[in-house]
Design a protein around this ligand. Structure first.
Ligand SMILES: [Zn+2]
Length: 269
């Protein structure tokens, strides 16, 4: 599914879809929602409501294809069959095939933005050889996010290979990545889900799409941004970021491109 804004196209890729297995029910994963909140969420994203309280979620990545065919990829999904996400996510993902179907070769990707360093967002960042999948890309991460994995397995698996090829670009705060006659791509810090979580804002032709990462993980948080997700690093900060992103999107009539809702693009009402 594709949305055009100005000179850019934002393309959604479904890496995988399946039930959330880390909690027994959606109500155990998302706390503080009223019956009305759940009812509103079911209207916004009916596909997320499985039987017996199961939460069905998509694992979506996004590409921003710019004038000339260069591509900014946002997140790299759950990865192959033996990826770290395989303990809980419906591996293997199909992002590599989906990119080819959209006419995107790995070499076309000049930027990979990782919203954060969770297993279901960095899955295809490195290939079977352990080197970066996207050989021509800088990989953009917030410095705070990189710091949280220092000395651990994620540093070894993802950060170290990017560092050793010079492809890791650590940024601090809001950074404009591309700009062309008023159209542009900017990363913005949206901490809380993780310490160094970031989102991406693509702006073109007066329209805006916000690739949120995990600022919200379920439509119930669109219905009520105060609803917490149990795997947030800092619940209060995550709520502040969510309120800020949703409020701004509402004012600017931006579309949200979310990682885990079962529809890739959602408006904020
Ligand atoms: Zn996620």
């Amino acid at each position: 599914m594709t949305r055009s804004i100005g000179s850019m196209e934002v393309i959604a890729f479904l890496d995988a879809s399946g039930p959330f297995t880390l909690t027994p029910t959606r109500e155990a994963a998302l706390t503080g929602a009223t019956a009305e909140d759940w009812e509103a969420a079911a209207k916004l994203d009916p596909g997320a409501f499985g039987r017996d309280g199961t939460w069905i979620l998509n694992f979506q990545c996004f590409a921003v294809r710019r004038r000339g065919g260069r591509v900014t990829l946002v997140d790299t999904g759950i990865g192959p069959a033996d990826s770290p996400a395989s303990g809980w996510a419906p591996v293997p993902g199909r992002l590599p095939d989906a990119l080819i179907e959209a006419g995107i070769e790995a070499g076309d990707v000049d930027t990979v933005v990782l919203t954060h360093l969770h297993e279901d967002h960095f899955g295809w960042s490195v290939d079977a050889t352990g080197g970066p999948t996207f050989a021509n890309a800088r990989y953009v991460l917030q410095r705070d996010e990189v710091a949280t994995v220092a000395g651990g397995p994620v540093e070894q698996l993802v950060v170290a290979p990017l560092r050793s090829t010079g492809q890791l670009q650590e940024v601090e705060g809001r950074v404009r990545l591309t700009s062309h006659r008023g159209d542009g791509i900017t990363v913005v810090p949206t901490p809380g889900h993780t310490v160094g979580h970031q989102s991406l804002v693509a702006r073109g032709g007066g329209d805006e799409i916000v690739v949120t990462g995990d600022v919200l993980v379920h439509a119930v948080q669109l219905a009520n941004p105060d609803v917490a997700y149990v795997f947030e690093a800092d619940e209060a900060l995550a709520r502040d970021s969510r309120r800020h992103v949703l409020g701004r999107a509402r004012r600017r009539r931006s579309l949200l491109a979310t990682a885990h809702l079962t529809r890739p693009f959602v408006p904020v009402r």
